[in-house]
Design a protein around this ligand. Structure first.
Ligand code: PEP
Ligand code: MG
Length: 609
């Protein structure tokens, strides 16, 4: 969709315009305070930008007769995914009080009906079958024809249904294509993105220089969208049930990412209060920034390595600014997102080389492709399967597409000639998987050497992400085959507790302090220490100072986190005594009750022994 300018100019949210000009504006609509999950700290004061369904351009081509059943199946899968999304939105709408919730409920019910054996669905299948059209083109033609029929009706209520059919059609089209789209090219100043849902690929397109914050209806606290918002330093609140009902384009809005509050149409008094809170927050950040060049050493003299997680190359400047000692996790998925094709070896090499060079000799841990689950790529037609989180994703996907892995390995090996690089493999569950990836690395190294291409000698170490409970329980065996471990607590928590990390409906049950999760972290760390291989931790808890004493007390001395959190974790390290933290970690590991664990951790952090 394109940005629709508001009919009246929005108040200058930051209060930089002449105050007298405010007197000329009409009385503002009533202030609405909405609650959601506190995802990414900071306060945004900006202008609503609604990220609704949008126009997706699709190719049109004829398919062979024997491709018809597969094409119809592809469309049916997209319908199922859309039905699921609409159901999620309906569940949220039920929590919205008053006429707005009622209206939204009716609309979503109508959307649901449009997806169940409706004229739209039947029409598309018939076009694929009879006209041998690809599903996207068949869908586009069918939407256009039905919408034309509605628009021609005299009755204004019925003619407005043309918009509904287009809206649901666009949703279907996006699910069908996974099409690259550039939805944020026209933004108002200091835009606050309000959406039902932002995918990680959408979030990757946000430019923090133009976007002030994020508020969405759907999304879990450890979803990749949440992680990206933190990395970009954008204040974000997810799980805000009524944001799309309340936020009109161009309205002034405040996002308080630390408190999980979104305030639409704030009163002048609220605006003044939040301008002050924002100034205080920025002052605190500036004070923390002074820690950039001091070492991360505990009070009793132990060095803790603090590195940064990177989702996008544009973050490198903030990584260097943060004082991080290296990149502990480079999520290479960005190379594959928001494009219709797959990047080749040279392109991957160039992007990664520039990134490694920019780190000026600091180590960079490049993770092989971790697509699948909530991270999809246009150029790879990954079938999400009945349960995407347990499906063909991460290392499984790489091993089932050998050319994909070979290309990535060759690119990374070439980059290793430009700086210290390590290779990290996601979602490993078996020793066999790590052996196969090692073989791919060695074969790629051999090919490059034969061609006379420079690579590091010896080739970069190959590490395993411990993020599947089976890998943690089998950590001793994996430690014999891996050069290092990196513990991924985001997925480890998801899989141990069977809680979808991206689903806000179960977000309150997602708990990295569950004794079972802690036991698996301890198991993995001890296995690495026994095998004398390095172990780091790169899940979101690494960036939360509340966890620093516990993780270091369990023997982990290398933490990798969003660059925005390096300073606050360093501050915690410098006020902490590692011997005392180790003693407290031992007591915590004897507990079976999460509530008691929280109490023991919080009291330690508060300085009460
Ligand atoms: C993790 O699972 O903890 C992790 C760091 O990887 P990601 O968040 O990319 O799945
Ligand atoms: Mg993971």
């Amino acid at each position: 969709m394109t940005f629709t300018p508001p009919t009246t100019p929005p108040a200058d949210p930051e209060g930089e315009s002449d105050a007298k000009a405010d007197l000329l504006l009409p009385a503002p609509p009533a202030e609405q305070v909405l609650e959601g999950m506190a995802i990414s700290r900071g306060i945004a004061i900006g202008t609503v930008y609604r990220h609704d369904s949008e126009t997706v351009s699709v190719p049109e081509y004829r398919i062979a007769a024997n491709r018809v059943p597969a094409e119809i199946q592809r469309f049916v899968d997209a319908v199922e995914r859309t039905v699921w999304q609409v159901e999620q939105l309906r569940a949220k709408a039920r929590d919205i009080k008053g006429p707005a919730g009622e209206e939204m409920g009716y609309l979503l019910e109508a959307y649901g009906q449009m997806l169940h054996g409706s004229r739209l669905v039947r029409g598309v299948i018939a076009r694929v079958d009879d006209e041998r059209l690809n599903a996207e083109a068949a869908l586009r033609r069918e939407i256009a024809e039905i919408a034309r029929g509605f628009a021609a009706m005299e009755d204004s209520y019925l003619s407005a249904r043309a918009d509904d059919i287009r809206d649901i059609g666009h949703r279907l089209l996006r699910n069908l294509t996974g099409a690259p789209h550039r939805p944020f090219s026209v933004l108002p100043r200091r835009a606050v993105i309000c959406a039902d849902e932002l995918t990680p690929a959408d979030t990757a397109l946000l430019d923090p220089d133009h976007v002030a914050g994020i508020a969405t209806v759907l999304g879990g606290a450890e979803s990749h969208t949440a992680i990206m918002a933190r990395s970009l330093g954008l204040p974000a609140v997810l799980g805000v049930g009524d944001i799309m009902a309340e936020a009109r384009p161009g309205a002034t809005v405040i996002v308080d990412g630390g408190q999980g509050k979104v305030i639409v149409n704030p009163s002048p008094k609220t605006l003044a209060l939040y301008r002050k809170k924002r100034a205080d927050y920025l002052r605190q950040r500036r004070a923390l920034a002074r820690l950039r060049d001091v070492p991360a050493v505990t009070r009793d003299g132990s060095r803790i390595i603090l590195q940064a997680n990177v989702e996008l190359p544009s973050e490198v400047a903030s990584v260097l600014d943060s004082g991080a000692e290296g990149i502990g996790l480079l999520r290479s998925e960005f190379l594959y997102m928001n494009r219709p094709d797959i990047p080749g070896e040279d392109e991957q090499y160039t992007v990664l080389r520039d990134l490694v060079r920019a780190m000026e000799g600091r180590p960079v841990t490049i993770r092989t492709l971790d697509l699948g689950g909530d991270k999809l790529a246009g150029g790879l037609n990954i079938h999400p399967g009945p349960n995407p989180a347990l499906g063909l994703r991460a290392v499984r996907l790489s091993l089932s597409h050998p050319e994909l892995l070979r290309t990535q390995m060759r690119a990374i090996l070439r980059v290793s000639a430009h700086g210290p690089v390590r290779i990290l493999v996601p979602m490993v569950a078996t020793v066999e998987e790590i052996r196969l990836v090692q073989a791919a690395r060695d074969e790629a190294a051999e090919t490059l050497r034969r061609r006379g291409v420079a690579i590091a000698d010896p080739p970069p170490p190959l590490g395993v992400m411990i993020e599947v409970p089976g890998a943690a329980l089998g950590a001793d065996a994996l430690a014999w085959h891996a050069d290092f471990f990196s513990i991924g607590t985001n997925d480890l928590t998801q899989y141990t507790l069977a809680i979808d990390r991206a689903d806000e409906a179960v977000a309150h049950l997602y708990n990295p302090l569950h004794p079972a999760v802690l036991r698996l972290i301890q198991f993995s760390a001890e296995a690495a220490l026994r095998a004398r291989i390095p172990v780091s931790l790169c899940g979101e808890v690494a960036g939360d100072p509340r966890f620093t004493a516990l993780l270091t007390g369990l023997g982990i001395r290398d933490l990798s986190m969003s660059a925005t959190n390096v300073a606050v974790v360093k501050q915690r390290v410098r006020t902490m005594d590692l011997m005392a933290a180790t003693r407290r970690a031992r007591v915590i590991m004897d507990q079976s009750d999460s509530a008691r664990i929280v109490q023991l951790l919080d009291s330690f952090n508060a300085g009460e022994e």
